[in-house]
Design a protein around this ligand. Structure first.
Ligand SMILES: *[C@@H]1O[C@H](CO)[C@@H](O)[C@H](O)[C@H]1NC(C)=O
Ligand SMILES: *[C@@H]1O[C@H](CO)[C@@H](O)[C@H](O)[C@H]1NC(C)=O
Length: 410
């Protein structure tokens, strides 16, 4: 299962499996159930109204149409809380992970959330929302009720969503962008960079919980879900939309949680690794807005990566189909070694992250071994797991301040 943005999954698993927990995690499961019933009425006015203006920041809603017809929403925080002149601020594009949306960057209080911290540090902040998420459900000709609407995996995010959002911000601001991705947001950027895409519009990239290789992931829950997706791909693909709150997914989770050796009373730990610094009130804000759906095909694609340890395009597991889509019998690989050596990259990974596993990150770093020394900043947070990167109380000091210091040098 995705993996990449497990924060949601963790919570889901807690929701459906964790009610027996007797420890501190029980707090999360209990609150999760309450929240699942009354979900986020306030957010229907859009992310600017519900999550940004409430903190006293100006915010603009934008829409961008991809070449394959998806209509994506973006939010812009043009100036910091203390005002200032819009324009001439370096633009930053924030790209969330799977099963999440742009609210990823707004969960913490303003002094601690990356979007606000960047804004107050002089950046022109742009928040992307991937196709299929709550505020990016539009399409020129398809409805989310059409299976064809969900016929995509992250390959299409690389091919269409990223170029469309980049081009839009570049056109609006007339400046090259800095980029921040979390989890799947790092995967799509790495894939694009490996194909020399976007470079003409990009100043630097910060990758939090980098996902490229996933073959060594330690999370037993994620690995188990991946097996299920591969074994039953026909069933899952028939559902088109992967709805984390739907019956099929709930049953999948129940099934996994009943397996021997999977301890669903301690889900947070067994799924993402031990997050060091989550505050339960932030977890509740998170639950008010997430999880978001994705395409089942995307989940199957990620499961293929977990099983195979490779970073390739979606495998149709059928030579004829692959031939039709790619002109070859097997899916083409994304070659991490071909990311340009002089492109500025900030990469932060956590010692406790069971999804962006340390060994997989080392594999990625191995592919980047010829990168120019002064263009690759690697940060290792020994105590961080996957959710800490967007929800930890101390993420500003631990990660965001160093990230901004890196941006300032580019
Ligand atoms: C959690 O965060 C909220 C909001 O920042 C704060 O008021 C509260 O004291 C924190 N709780 C704990 C247990 O640290
Ligand atoms: C990947 O890219 C590197 C650098 O461009 C190249 O040397 C290598 O042969 C490529 N690997 C594959 C498998 O294509």
């Amino acid at each position: 299962m995705e993996v990449a943005d497990s924060v949601t999954c963790i919570i889901l698993l807690i929701l459906f499996c964790g009610s027996a927990a007797g420890n501190r995690k029980a707090l999360y499961s209990f609150k999760a159930q309450e929240n699942a019933i009354a979900m986020a009425p306030s957010s229907d006015n859009g992310i600017c109204k519900s999550m940004v203006e409430t903190h006293g920041y100006d915010c603009e809603e934008h829409t961008v149409t991809t070449q394959d017809g998806y209509i994506l929403s973006m939010q812009r925080i043009p100036v910091g809380r203390s005002g200032g002149t819009p324009g001439n601020r370096p633009p930053v594009l924030l790209q969330h992970g799977i099963l999440m949306d742009g609210i990823t960057w707004l969960l913490l209080p303003p002094e601690q959330s990356l979007a606000f911290v960047l804004s107050d540090n002089g950046y022109d902040v742009w928040i992307a929302n991937s196709r299929g998420t709550k505020y990016s459900k539009g399409h020129k000709s398809l409805s989310p009720n059409d299976p064809a609407y969900w016929d995509w995996s992250w390959d299409e995010l690389v091919a269409y969503d990223l170029p469309a959002t980049f081009q839009y911000v570049y056109d609006q601001t007339g400046q090259k962008l800095h980029y921040v991705g979390h989890s799947q947001g790092t995967l799509v950027a790495l894939a694009a960079l490996s194909k020399d895409q976007l470079l003409n519009m990009l100043r630097s990239a910060a990758l939090l919980c980098p996902i490229a290789y996933m073959g060594q992931m330690t999370s037993p829950l994620a690995k188990n879900a991946a097996d299920n997706f591969i074994a039953e791909a026909v069933y899952w693909l028939g559902l088109s939309e992967f709805d984390p709150r739907g019956d099929a997914v709930v049953n999948l989770l129940k099934d996994i949680c009943s397996k021997p050796g999977i301890d669903c009373t301690n889900l947070l730990t067994s799924f993402t690794g031990q997050n060091c610094c989550l505050n339960s009130s932030i977890v509740n804000i998170f639950l008010d807005h997430e999880p978001q759906p994705s395409a089942t095909k995307n989940m199957v694609h990620l499961a293929q990566m977990i099983r195979q340890g490779t970073i390739k395009m979606y495998d149709y597991i059928d030579e004829v189909e692959n031939m039709k889509h790619y002109g070859q019998a097997t899916p083409p690989a994304y070659n991490m070694t071909s990311i340009p050596n002089d492109f500025p990259v900030f990469l932060s990974y956590g010692g406790e992250d069971a999804l962006s596993d340390v060994n997989d990150v080392k594999l990625l770093l191995g592919s980047l071994k010829d990168h120019d020394g002064d263009k690759l900043v690697v940060q290792y947070r020994y105590d961080y797991a996957h959710a800490d990167y967007v929800m930890a109380e101390n993420a500003k000091q631990d990660v965001y301040d160093p990230l901004i210091a890196f941006f300032r040098l580019q």
